[in-house]
Design a protein around this ligand. Structure first.
Ligand SMILES: [Ca+2]
Ligand SMILES: [Ca+2]
Length: 371
């Protein structure tokens, strides 16, 4: 287990107390009707398609969801850390009767109680607090199977800048790093990138930790890197993405996707809590940014844990192998608020920028590799 993982583990243990007085999880009894859920999902898909190669999206979540298995597991955004007060909306086939529940015990096999609901409002917390969340289709409607279950760490805010207590930043020289991207699989740069910043090979090998050893993705651009050996889901974080920002609060953000076959990709759920546009030289508070690459300054990677996908439909169906992630795709977030996070909220980062627009990718590290 890496030092980072140890730190996270310690935080988990320290936080493993019953829910604090600040509030109990709020179950919202079917306040989100199935038709509303479908509309939100379609809006999400439409928004996502606008910023990702359309063919890719047809091959992953959106296309699959529209012909969903009527007994598919209800699944909300899944993130290791989640902001207190977030509302989890459970994606389920239209009309499927969803039940949700919670337990304070991070190892619980069952919730304290099941309740008909399609949303779950997370409570406010005064300190990091573990909460295990469950969801299922109401018994009798579908064949019995294990429910959705994931232990979230509720936090008032997302992890702070590199070097501060509670930060998840992975230093480029961290002993937990076992490898780096070894090949460029695909490049689709967006506009506003000068020729000198278009060298995709700058994203290969160890992080330079500099402002110049990078490839700029351009507005909405993307790059897909290959790993040999593949990345595997191990204890704690499994990969880390390095950007080139030289300040803790000048941040350019990107979404991260993974694939084992190069065809079907899963995107890490993420949250952005800012609510105002950021101009080209504007700043961001990284404690308002959850599970988007680019949280940390140059020389420090933003880590991601493949375990969040353990109950994703593509994994359960065997189409994505978390033990052999050969491809990682980084997708620039256009910072004007047109891209939405996993909760349907707009994402803002410096906009409009030019010359080296978009996410400036230094490197991607593997923290666990397949053997
Ligand atoms: Ca992991
Ligand atoms: Ca580099």
């Amino acid at each position: 287990m890496s030092q980072i993982s140890h730190l996270q583990h310690d935080l988990f243990v320290a936080a493993s107390n019953p829910l604090l007085d600040a509030g109990r999880p709020r179950l919202r009894a079917d306040s989100c009707s199935s038709s509303t859920s479908r509309r939100i999902w379609k809006t999400c898909c439409a928004a996502t398609r606008a910023f990702t190669p359309p063919l890719l999206l047809l091959l992953i979540g959106c296309g699959a969801a529209e012909q969903a298995d009527p007994c598919a597991l209800p699944r909300p955004p899944v993130m290791r850390f989640i902001h207190a007060g977030a509302v989890l909306r459970f994606q389920a086939p239209e009309g499927a009767p969803v039940q949700v529940g919670t337990a304070a015990d991070p190892q619980a096999a069952e919730p304290d109680a099941w309740q008909d609901a399609s949303e779950l409002g997370l409570p406010a917390v005064a300190a990091p607090t573990l909460l295990r969340v469950f969801a299922r289709i109401r018994p009798g409607s579908c064949p019995a199977e294990a429910p959705f279950a994931f232990t979230y760490e509720l936090r008032e805010a997302y992890p702070p800048p590199a070097g501060q207590a509670g930060s998840t930043a992975v230093a480029a020289g961290d002993a937990s790093i076992v490898g780096w991207a070894s090949a460029v699989e695909e490049v689709d740069l967006g506009p506003e990138v000068d020729a000198q910043w278009q060298r995709a090979e700058e994203a290969l090998g160890p992080a330079d930790g500099s402002s110049t050893g990078i490839v700029s993705l351009g507005r909405g651009g993307s790059i897909t890197l290959a790993f040999d050996p593949p990345i595997a889901d191990g204890p704690g974080f499994d990969l880390a993405v390095f950007e080139n920002g030289f300040l803790d609060d000048y941040l350019e953000l990107a979404q991260v996707e993974v694939s084992s076959d190069g065809t079907r990709y899963l995107r890490f759920d993420h949250a952005f809590l800012g609510d105002e546009p950021v101009d080209a030289f504007g700043t961001l508070d990284t404690t308002r940014v959850g599970s988007l690459a680019g949280k940390y300054r140059q020389g420090f990677g933003t880590p991601f844990d493949l375990a969040v996908f353990a109950q994703a439909e593509e994994v359960r169906a065997g189409r994505v192998d978390l033990g052999a992630i050969r491809y990682v795709r980084i997708v620039d977030v256009i910072g004007d608020g047109s891209a939405l996070d996993s909760f349907g909220q707009p994402i803002f980062d410096p906009f409009p920028t030019a010359g080296s627009a978009g996410f400036d990718l230094d490197a991607v590290a593997a923290l666990h590799a397949a053997r």
